[in-house]
Design a protein around this ligand. Structure first.
Ligand SMILES: NC(=O)c1ccc[n+]([C@@H]2O[C@H](COP(=O)([O-])OP(=O)(O)OC[C@H]3O[C@@H](n4cnc5c(N)ncnc54)[C@H](OP(=O)(O)O)[C@@H]3O)[C@@H](O)[C@H]2O)c1
Length: 323
């Protein structure tokens, strides 16, 4: 008998209402013409194991995982990808036909593809990378940059012991500096990544002195609310190539969608616009200007710039959905 069930996927977390994934996957399901659904599910820690047992029986092909379950799901999976093992956390679960649960972590993939798209001039081997933060996302960043061939990763975090844990796990290419010295390690950096939650709506600002940035540096921020963080603003004023965190969010979702729904979705201007319609509810009108195409030495392709213009029209034509 053929399986005629409508394919289902979703995102589990607690809370889960902040997640942009439902809008993103809805957009892809519509543009790919797939009759499926992607459902946000607020699941308490105590119910996590039961939910992961039950979801495949209800027709779910897999789920994305957000805070606070990213580490806990690792012990509930029967198979774990190498990259999720290295990172120690999963953001994507695939419910396999044989009943097994495969855990993956696609954050690093999202970071890398976002950099390749937003800063095509960036060459991993060209020079050191500075990473602010040593939490879950920073682990994915460090692991990915090492894999990509970055020769030195200058890591700094408020809690030094967490940076040292990463150095122990990822080896001597990682150098550790005290958080109070964070502004002193920017000299000669080819890439600067903020992987802390500083600068995010509702969190303190990232106050690291940034005068060590140079126009040769590529700067990216994992924080995407607001879209234009202080780090990206200062980077832009310095003439750096800047890449915002929304692209990483979109790209990290591609492998899950492809596994569940059998189609590799595009991350293009329309995808960004679909998510931004909701996302801009979180930020202030000044953020709209950020959607304007910017000129860098390493400027985005014509197609991307055209997409950005389209986005700008979308916003100013009043199609931003009210909160
Ligand atoms: N764009 C994307 O696709 C994407 C993907 C993943 C994550 N993110 C974003 O990345 C950020 C980090 O996520 P995560 O999962 O790594 O969170 P996490 O595990 O909770 O780590 C938080 C990090 O921020 C630092 N931090 C928090 N408050 C601080 C403060 N007041 N002063 C100095 N440092 C502070 C922490 O330092 P301590 O170790 O000292 O606490 C730690 O390094 C979040 O904003 C998240 O939304 C974005």
């Amino acid at each position: 008998m053929t399986d005629t069930r409508i394919p289902l996927a979703g995102v589990i977390g607690s809370p889960v209402s902040h997640s942009r994934s439902p809008q993103l996957h809805r957009h892809w399901l519509d543009t790919c013409g797939i009759q499926g659904h992607y459902i946000p599910m607020d699941i308490a820690q105590a119910d996590l194991a039961g939910a992961i047992q039950m979801l495949p029986k209800l027709g779910f092909l897999g789920v994305n995982v957000t805070v606070p379950h990213k580490e806990a799901v690792m012990s509930l999976a029967n198979q774990i990808t190498d990259r999720a093992t290295l990172i120690g956390a999963a953001n994507t679960l695939i419910f396999l036909p044989d009943g097994n649960v495969l855990a993956d972590n696609t954050d690093g993939y999202g970071l890398l593809v976002n950099l390749q798209q937003g800063a095509p001039c960036w060459d991993a081997a060209a020079g050191p990378a500075v990473v602010f933060g040593a939490g879950g996302a920073a682990r994915a960043v460090v692991s990915t940059l090492i894999d990509a061939g970055v020769p030195e990763i200058r890591l700094t975090n408020r809690t030094r012991s967490r940076s040292e844990n990463l150095q122990r796990d990822f080896g001597q290419r990682v150098t550790v500096t005290d958080w109070v010295q964070a502004g002193n390690i920017l000299d000669g950096a080819a890439l600067v990544v903020n992987a802390t939650s500083l600068g995010m709506v509702g969190k303190p600002e990232l106050r690291v002195p940034l005068d060590g940035l140079s126009s040769d540096t590529v700067v990216t921020d994992l924080v995407y609310a607001p879209l234009k963080t202080r780090l990206l603003q200062v980077g832009e004023e310095t003439g750096c190539t800047v890449v915002d965190g929304l692209g990483m969010l979109l790209h990290q979702a591609v492998p899950g969608f492809e596994r569940w729904f059998g189609h590799k979705p595009d991350v293009d201007a329309a995808t960004r616009a679909a998510v931004l319609r909701w996302h801009l509810n979180l930020v202030w009108p000044g953020q709209l200007a950020w959607a304007k195409p910017r000129r860098h030495k390493c400027s985005p392709s014509l197609a991307v710039r055209f997409g950005m213009r389209m986005l700008l029209c979308t916003d100013f034509m009043g199609r931003v959905v009210a909160p």
